[in-house]
Design a protein around this ligand. Sequence first.
Ligand code: ARG
Length: 716
Amino acid sequence: MKRFFMLAVATMLAVSARADEGMWLLPLLQKMNKSALKEAGCHLSPAEIYSAGKTSLKDAIVHFGGGCTGEIISDEGLVVTNHHCGYSHIQALSTPEHNYLMDGFWAMTRAEEIPCKGLTVTFLQSMEDVTATLEKAGKKAGKDASDEEKAKAVQERRQELLDAAKKANPGCEVGIVPFYNDNVAYLIVSKVYRDVRFVGAPPASIGKFGGETDNWMWPRHTGDFSMFRVYAGADNEPADFAPENRPYQPKKHLKISLKGLKSQDYTMILGYPGRTQRFQTAPQLAQMIATNRIRIDARTLRQGIMWEAMCADPDVQLKYANKYASSANGWKKWQGEELAFEKLDIIGREQRKEAAFMDWVAEKRSRIDAYGGALTRIQEAVKAAAADENAITLITEVPFRIELVTIASRFAAAAGKGPRQDNALTPEALKMGLEAVRSYYRDYVPELDRKEAAALLAYYREQADSADFLQGLGEDFATMDIPAYVDKLFSNSVFTSAEKLGEAINGEQAAEVIAGDPASLLHRAVIAAALAHYPNYTAQAKLLQEGSRQFAAGLLEWEKGQPSYPDANSTMRLTWGHVLPYSPKDAVLYRHYSTLTGVMEKEDPENPEFIVPARLKELYRTRDFGPYADAADGMVHTCFLTNNDITGGNSGSPVLNADGELVGLAFDGNWESMSSDVMFEPDLQRCICVDIRYVLFLVDRFGGAPHIVKELDIVK
Ligand code: ARG
């Protein structure tokens, strides 16, 4: 036993010493990562993973709904992603009578697949480095050209590139995206499909098993997946929803392996990581932690009120499920980040890195002009912007979170785009406003919002600088009776329901009524408070951007010759690594996988986050696992750990084995390394994945949808 343990620790250290850090850019794999990939155990060549011209793995990966990743797993456009990525759509399709969120759903025929309004999936076509082309355009403007003239020349070249790409790729979206803090630019071509239909998902008791308690944590037992299908027009190209659209015929779909993985096995993930801060400096990181704290405290207050109302009424629970989950996800992440910053001395380590960088700059005298001032410039800008940034954060997290303000804001934004007459909104413009907010009311509970509003306004008055107090409410914010004001607000505003709003915009003096509505006044007061901070904040942000660009350029030169990857920016990346256990603290070693047994152990009928459906218990009791049990232990494995380098946006990403076959979906990070967006922690950082065998077990045995499994390409 002891020998086994020592051996396990020794191999763990040996592997983790080779840090599998990096969210690598696909077009650079060949040049930067070819041998490392092979050495790590990958059986595919870079061209099989990404190729601009030929079909490659990347053609099976989609940006799902703009914020997650999904992958194509059949030749009829079937997409799998996380349950939490499909969550808002599943919730929007659910009613108390057809509660797909709580009860789960499987379309038994194509006709039963349900269109998801507004949901898109995006396929990457190609990405091309255009940095040199743009730089050349700037230089061509001439030595004596002013900065403005140079910027204009670059801008013109950008437009030419975009126009040419648009012409060469009809029906595609094109964009030029900055990388490495604006030191590098890529031209990215992608294709967006907009008829996407819900195929199925397990009930939330499985798809979100463990709820907020287990979120960001290991050991984990969540069946975090859902399925959709991409539809296309008769020509297989993107089309608006139409009943006659056909399942999209993909260039590539992923094969699925039921073999499972052992500790130390190779894994890779292709996906769309959203944002990281790995090029940020110590002062920026300290400021990030400060604004996070403002957000955490505000959300603690708001979520507490929401949670109470949700627990008291199942209707409210369904309506607020998605609002609560997305608020709580960030709230918990920032708390973990704060703790990890402290424990792992993130800022101290960043400071030491910066000191070493400055030593290098001092040694390389020729680079002093280029990089010597970057860190000071950043530090000064962060300091000069901090008070404004904190104030804006407080405003966005507190009064702006009153839903009535959100509604008034969306209404104003949409109506503002409509026509005016004598500077007043026309009936047509008002109608545009109403249409923009109509769907919001579906999940809106005014009594809950009223409670939140009273608490949020009182909290804001306590926390805000008096200069930021809300003006123009018809009362003095500093002294007013907040509960009485909120009562009047909710009794008198027409924004509390679609009916009242509809009546008002069709009534007499509609434009005046809307402009003078107490919710409009509150919305304008909140905006005015925020706007007061913008001139300085944006001026500093510009200086910060310039300093950050220089610093990143310096870092790249400092580490020249070593492979490097830019911060995540919602573009497709590859991370490779290995299946690995970890030790969260002294004397504790976490195994690299969890099983259905753990689901049963966590069951708590008293706690809505840990309900286990009776059918799952029955399947467990009878060991009715089919081909989905692990060959070694005969049990269904639920989740597993790898050291792949991911962040938010990677949710739903395919976890692939050395042969590029799908073995799981990435869905979370672990609590002990919540600083991972800033620094990769080889010993602690893990990616939490749901095992594809659990997914298929749930579709086939639990969901009773074997026809879905038949559609898949399973390698035996
Ligand atoms: N932490 C996950 C992520 O950010 C989201 C998990 C959603 N689940 C939840 N219980 N809120 O990707």
